[in-house]
Design a protein around this ligand. Structure first.
Ligand code: M6R
Length: 608
């Protein structure tokens, strides 16, 4: 996810674009840049880091500079690490075209090869620079026609803002990636999100898939996906700036919970071909090497990422056919472990910057282990220092409570384990196919769950005045219970503990008293009867039990049954956690807490 902004009109494009980018920082924030016309030439200023760095650079190089036309970009790296050269806008070799892009050009490698044969050279690792050079190649003197031809050549998803040298015209076009147009008396605006332009106008046109808009001579023309002129309705919107940033959601956490179907699709489908083969970009050399040499595998992470590792342990053990050891990074780094060159260390970290996780990685590398990291942030320290990186394409996660990063981490571990399991012949083809087929159905199942959140709101009301509660589970459900308890405690401040249900009578059951709320996660058939017994045990001591389950058996002994969509049991953790994310969210809301920024916590823990 990246953010783009463009402006053409009577005001200073530089100020408008920068202001717009500041509002789009939530879409990506590893680098940013701007291009504008300067006496016909295209000037580009860009740099790695937050928008403030760009502002500083501009204030030094272009203080009080005026341009009536410009495009800008804030980046969330997908192709190439965050760096000055990889930042957008990207100029064509001859400096005639400047492009900002949100999306992914799927055939960029093929196009790049063709352009290289024609003598084009590239400064960056991005797919976007291919587009600017493609425009140069296709240039027939007619800006609009050249962009039409480019649009027909590129495959994938895009929202583009494009400038041409000596041409006071702006062209923007979109396919799959969002792009809105704003109209005011003083000019025209394009942006990835209304929030970027709300300060200037509330008269908005939503471009449809495949649309292109051409701004020229104080006017604009819209073309549809077949390059035919179309009218699109101008709408007046009344959103507040605050509402718009979150796409209409009240909090980033809720937005991110609702983004999970899309994020999971991104993480999975881009690596899966039509024959269900997994192409795991970033792991090629690891998978091609002798995997049999590994006789140990550690999975190391913190917090939610650690819970993702716990869920993944089972399938990783199947894949390797030996025990896999899980550890919390802050413990692992000081432990006497058995790391050597036959060890695979899997590091999981959303931010890729968690200090303890990074230290564990360094320690393992020092001892010769091979490090594979699963992270969400391209070019993060963990990504840079690992031997192999597997990206979860969840997009920026802003809320402190991790949601979409967790479910995409789970999907990533399944994919990696399935691939390794097939290579080592420890997972059968039919088992592989069954898991892949069911993984593909997960996004729609989550979507279904998100349609009706009433039950979670009513549970939250009951939790509101409680000082403590518990999550129980067995097997994989125990790990989901751990993640669920973390989610609830960190944002609702209700003291929440998780227990392996079988451990209850070894101590924790002493905590149950009249009215204690106990959530029980029960999705594993072979453990179900045992879990029912545990429910009876806590109920007999006065607990109020909420059961999160896929089984609609009538012999329910709980007080409230939360029925969730069914899938194969090994994948149930991806679905059941959605229920507890929603319980946590609504409980925090009911208590009037700052959902996205809970007390004492930070999104990225870069101190040890
Ligand atoms: O960025 P990381 O995945 O390395 O972060 C690890 C934990 O700090 C993180 O998962 C934390 O537990 C979340 N706030 C939980 O919601």
């Amino acid at each position: 996810m990246c953010g783009i902004v463009g402006y053409i009109g009577n005001d200073n494009a530089i100020d408008i674009v920068i202001n717009g980018l500041e509002n789009l920082e939530y879409r990506g924030y590893d680098s940013s840049g701007i291009a504008f016309l300067d006496e016909g030439n295209i000037d580009v200023v860009k740099c790695v880091g937050r928008i403030n760095n760009l502002k500083e650079k501009l204030s030094k190089e272009y203080k009080n500079f005026f341009s009536n036309i410009g495009i800008g970009h804030t980046r969330w790296a997908t192709h190439g690490v965050p760096s000055d050269v990889n930042s957008h806008p990207h100029l064509s070799m001859n400096g005639k075209f400047a492009v900002v892009h949100n999306g992914i050009i799927e055939n960029y490698l093929k196009l790049k090869e063709e352009l290289e044969k024609l003598g084009f050279t590239f400064k960056s690792e991005t797919d976007t620079e291919v587009v600017s050079n493609l425009l140069e190649k296709l240039d027939d003197g007619d800006f609009l026609n050249t962009v039409f031809k480019m649009k027909k050549t590129v495959e994938g998803s895009f929202a583009f803002g494009i400038l041409k040298k000596d041409t006071n015209e702006l062209i923007a076009t979109r396919k799959e990636s969002p792009l809105v147009v704003g109209i005011s008396d003083s000019g025209f605006y394009v942006a990835s999100d209304i929030i970027a332009i709300l300060k200037y106008t509330r008269d908005i046109i939503y471009l449809e898939n495949g649309d292109l808009i051409h701004f020229k001579d104080n006017s604009y023309t819209i073309y549809d996906k077949n390059d035919k002129i179309v009218n699109r309705e101008l709408k007046h919107i009344n959103w507040s700036v605050e509402t718009a940033t979150k796409d209409g959601f009240d909090h980033f956490m809720l937005k991110e919970i609702f983004e999970q179907p899309k994020a999971i699709k991104e993480t999975l489908l881009r690596r899966l071909d039509e024959d269900n083969n997994l192409n795991l970009d970033g792991l090629e050399d690891l998978l091609d090497s002798d995997l049999k040499r590994f006789n140990k595998c550690y999975v190391v992470a913190c917090g939610t990422a650690f819970h993702a590792g716990l869920v993944g342990k089972n399938i990783l053990e199947k894949a390797f056919n030996f025990p896999v050891i899980l550890d919390i990074a802050s413990e692992f780094r000081y432990a006497d472990n058995f790391l050597d060159e036959n060890t695979l260390l899997i590091i999981i970290s959303q931010s890729g910057e968690t200090a303890d996780t990074l230290a564990a990685l360094r320690e393992a590398k020092r001892k010769g282990a091979k490090v594979l990291s699963i992270t969400n942030v391209v070019g993060s320290s963990i990504a840079r220092e690992s031997d192999n990186v597997f990206y979860t394409f969840a997009g920026p996660e802003i809320a402190v409570a991790s949601t979409k990063a967790y479910t995409t981490q789970l999907v990533s571990i399944y994919m990696i384990a399935l691939k390794i399991g097939r290579i080592l012949n420890n997972i059968s083809k039919s088992e592989y196919d069954e898991i892949i087929e069911n993984l593909k159905l997960i996004p729609d199942k989550i979507q279904l769950m998100l349609k009706d959140t009433q039950i979670y709101k009513s549970i939250a009301k009951k939790l509101k005045d409680k000082s403590n509660c518990f999550y129980l589970g067995r097997g994989l459900d125990y790990y989901t219970a751990m993640e669920s308890a973390l989610k609830l405690k960190e944002i609702s401040y209700v003291y929440t503990e998780s227990f392996a249900a079988g451990e209850l009578k070894h101590g924790p059951i002493a905590l149950i008293e009249d009215g204690t709320i106990v959530f029980v996660i029960a999705t594993q058939r072979k453990l179900y009867e045992k879990v029912i017994s545990n429910i009876k045990e806590v109920k007999a001591r006065g607990a109020k039990v909420f059961e999160i389950t896929q089984f609609d058996d009538s012999n329910c002994v709980c007080d409230v049954k939360i029925l969730i969509p069914k899938t194969i049991e090994i994948l149930m953790p991806i679905i059941s956690v959605i229920a507890s994310q929603l319980i946590a969210y609504y409980a925090s809301l009911a208590k009037g807490n700052d959902v996205d920024k809970p007390r004492n916590l930070a999104k990225s823990v870069t101190v040890e």
